[in-house]
Ligand binder design. Structure first.
Ligand SMILES: C[S@@+](CC[C@H](N)C(=O)[O-])C[C@H]1O[C@@H](n2cnc3c(N)ncnc32)[C@H](O)[C@@H]1O
Length: 242
């Protein structure tokens, strides 16, 4: 593990990782429209070798395994042991005909992946690197020559009412609260494509398509459930905890 990522490694192995693991089904449900968009864009081919970066509790890893079928292979990589433990458990009930899956506790920024991948993908798992340039270069090296990378990241907080609204509501109650610096590891780090594109190009990626993906995200079926969701995830949760 790279000491540069230690703060994030601690974060995803501590209370936050535990909570994500406990609530993985609810999170998967909330992310469903984005998951569809991710797999539509990725268009995985049967037989492909796939790397899921920051795989968390593994839903996207297991979907990828179904998509590529038994002649493919999928690796789910993450720094979080509680999330990987959940992923391993749910993988036991894998769909018949799915590709074999390997779970790897690894820092994607520094890990030297030994097998080449045809495709790397991520659902909101690539915004947390201490050194994004190094991390994407490492991921580029892990891909075959015509390999592809497909990932989701968040646009600006202002374009995400599930965070902007609770943030504005809670802000007056929390003295000295400030949004995290926009270039620090965190969900909105690549909100500006002007920041992201040079990093990807510098890492060796070409033919980059950056497509806005607007979807309705249902964070709760009742006001109480929605409030519970938004104060326990993301920047508002962090602000309240700190
Ligand atoms: C927002 S969560 C998304 C998890 C999962 N992709 C999902 O959609 O449910 C971000 C994930 O990235 C992982 N992560 C953060 N930094 C990482 C790193 N350097 N290498 C690998 N995984 C990392 C975290 O442990 C966490 O599981």
């Amino acid at each position: 593990m790279d000491p540069g990522n230690q703060a994030q490694i601690d974060y995803w192995n501590g209370e936050v990782g535990q909570r994500w693991a406990e609530n993985h089904r609810a999170l998967d449900a909330v992310f469903t429209p984005f998951t569809r968009a991710l797999f539509d864009a990725a268009d995985l081919r049967p037989g492909a070798r796939v790397l899921d970066i920051g795989c968390g509790a593994g839903e996207t890893t297991l979907i990828a395994a179904e998509r590529v079928g038994p002649s493919g292979h999928v690796t789910g990589a993450d720094v979080s042991e509680p999330l990987l433990a959940t992923a391993r458990t749910r993988a036991a009930a894998r769909a018949p005909g799915a590709a074999p899956v390997a779970w790897l506790r690894a820092d994607a920024q520094t890990h030297a992946f030994d097998a080449p991948f045809d495709h790397a993908l991520s659902r909101f798992g690539v915004m947390f690197f201490d050194d994004s340039a190094r991390a994407f270069a490492q991921l580029h090296r892990a891909l075959v020559g015509d390999g592809r990378l497909t990932f989701l990241c968040w646009r600006a907080m202002a374009e995400n009412p599930w965070v902007a609204l609770p943030w504005a509501t809670v802000l007056p109650l929390v003295p000295d609260a400030a949004p995290p610096p926009s270039d620090a590891p965190g969900p909105f780090r690549f909100a500006a494509r002007e920041r992201l594109l040079p990093i990807l190009e510098g890492a060796g990626f070409r033919d980059i398509v950056c497509a806005p993906t607007d979807r309705t995200m249902v964070v709760g079926e009742t006001p109480e459930a929605a409030a519970g969701f938004v104060v326990t995830r993301g920047p508002v949760a962090r602000m309240l905890r700190e």
